[in-house]
Design a protein. Structure first.
Length: 78
């Protein structure tokens, strides 16, 4: 479940851990006025090889470059 941030018209800001179907507007727990959900950047986690400059690579080329070279050699040989 994601954590949503809310802010009311009085300036109170809070977070709630809710499901995806949570309403966009809620009652502020501090003052009771209407609070709206705020937009924020999602957390992104990159997993697996190839995302970082410190990853091991063959000759500084990506795998798609080497695959294209192999395909070109196979076409020219036939």
């Amino acid at each position: 479940m994601p954590i949503y941030e809310y802010r009311c018209s009085q300036g109170h800001q809070y977070e709630r851990w809710e499901g995806f179907d949570a309403p966009v507007e809620q009652e502020c727990p501090n003052c009771g006025s209407t609070a709206r959900r705020l937009f924020s950047a999602p957390a992104i986690i990159f997993k697996g090889p190839g995302f970082y400059s410190t990853d091991n690579r063959k000759n500084g080329h990506s795998s798609s470059d080497s695959e294209q070279k192999e395909e070109a050699k196979a076409e020219s040989a036939s």
